[in-house]
Design a protein around this ligand. Sequence first.
Ligand code: MSP
Length: 648
Amino acid sequence: MEEKFKQTFYVTTPIYYVNDVPHIGHAYTTIIADALARYQRLCGKKVYFLTGTDEHGQKIEKAASEKGLRPKELADRVVVRFKELWQKLNISYDYFIRTTEEFHEKGVQKIFKMLLDKGDIYKGTYQGWYCVSEENFLSEDVPLEPGGHKICPDCGRKAMLLEEESYFFRLSAYQQPLLDFYAANPRFVRPQSRMNEVVSFVRQGLKDLSITRTTVRWGIPVPGDPRHTIYVWFDALHNYVTGAGYDWNPELFRIFWPADVHLIGKDILRFHAIFWPAFLMAAGFPLPGTVYGHGWWLKDETKMSKSRGNVLDPYLILEKVGPDALRYFLLREVPVGLDGSFSHEGFVQRINSDLANDLGNLVQRILTMVFNYFGGEIQEPGEETEADRQLARMFEETAKRVYSHYDDYALNRALEEIWVFLNITNKYLADQEPWKIARKPEARGRLARVLYQALCAIRGSSYLIYPVMPETAERIWGFIGEKRRPGQVPKNDLNFYDLSAGTRTSKPEALFPRIDLQEFIGEVEKPKAALENASGQELKMEYITYEDFKKMDLRVVRVLAAERVPGTNKLLKLQIDLGTEKRQIVAGVAETYSPEELVGKEFIVIANLQPAVIRGVESQGMLLAAEVEGKAIIPFFDRELPPGTRVK
Ligand code: MSP
């Protein structure tokens, strides 16, 4: 009941890592949050919408050093990309928090100190398997691999064994309070299936949590013990309180905390549904209303992520179709809790049928008729018939259902309902046949009524789609001369007939042009690979054809003899067996391999590369190697092969 009268709404997205530029997955969470924020504003609530970036920790430290940047420099650059994308997507956030901001760092230290004084944080020693990529110690039930190491279940990479002095959060003490809290608030974690998952995890028992690192420099120092930095997740989760004014804007904090909903991907559910409420309980803060774990966007059946190299570039899609088409597709295609698979065919089909056809054509047809029959002015409508009243009733019922879906975060259901109504409006026009009425000069009143009903229908629908498609709603308001805007139209006050005769409508234009699939694929899959070099410029990668590739003669060779090239640190002179002939090559691998250890080894050489003279020594080919931090690593084979074997 209390919920009904709550006049504020606080929604958050996860704060995104700045190790790389944003992709569709990040855009997805942020678009959901934006739709909810806009919906609540439409309802007249005071909204606070927080997003931002997670800038500390080993992952960022590592990414920065690979790019030859300081972590803060990398963060500064990536933040620009996030903000730019949010602007292009019309994301109406109220504050963009960066965890390197001073007020955040101070707030986190203050809470840390408070928990330390209280005994919820204590010092000990931690030994465990640590995944650098996920910045997380693996849970102990992850089994040992045959090689005696562990593999991170989240990212599939090899973990390393670490032992360090650490501060611990007394998570074990919160097992029962958490279970009690879940029992009293069964909608704390949504969807329901995720709540079950969380409860059964907590029931199995909770161990204390290591929340500091001595191995990571790029982090918030532990107050009074700066050899330790605060674990990035303890730091990051607290953005939800510091970003809402904790310790720097008491009024803001009073108004908005606790958050109504934390939107997150299901990958970070445990952090939000277990650690976060436990931290809050320890600090004595009220707990958030809901943690909503949405599904993943998949490409080729796996989670889209930068490390897997299968991300879709939102910029290219936006350039082609604009923000609303992308927002609509992502929110319409799958229920918020489930995974979705992105396919170009599915995308283009949805845009063409739902947006270009159902919505775009409808709006254009109605406006064209108002323009052609009435010179673009809304006329005093003639008497209402049962069919007209039926359309108005259908709208009112639709609106109620749409609002309740929005209240329930069921965005795809809300959109489905709106589209059913658009089709009802289409049907209304087909039944009333205004183009026939227009031929009878004595039926002007009836013609005015039919077009008036149709205009009311698209006006009403425009408010319902506004949370998801704000730009389209604005354009429709522009077309029909609508003066009121969200905030001025509390949801219960959305009257179907609120459209005055005499208002001028504008000449219609296409809302959503149809997209050609082949053209679309060509544009969004352009050779792009947005890699950045050390100075932050993009390196454009060009594709080669298979014909180009075939020109390379790649061969297995065996090393017969090896020696250093005098006067160099990097170069080795290698005599190699190419099967049909012997050759000499010069290779820059001396910093990684000694001449002795290469003799007898086999690897791949490009045999038809134009010979070159390097430091006075002729090289008749080039070996293939990966470069890692300036050192060459040669890929060897897992079995012996005859020299000269072709590689393709
Ligand atoms: N920095 C942490 C979050 C800290 S919150 C206190 C983090 N960052 S992240 O950059 O890796 O991405 C976070 C979120 O991006 C995910 O939880 C999810 O919301 C979104 N997504 C990233 N990839 C995604 C998909 N492929 N599909 C859908 N959303 C995904 O984790």
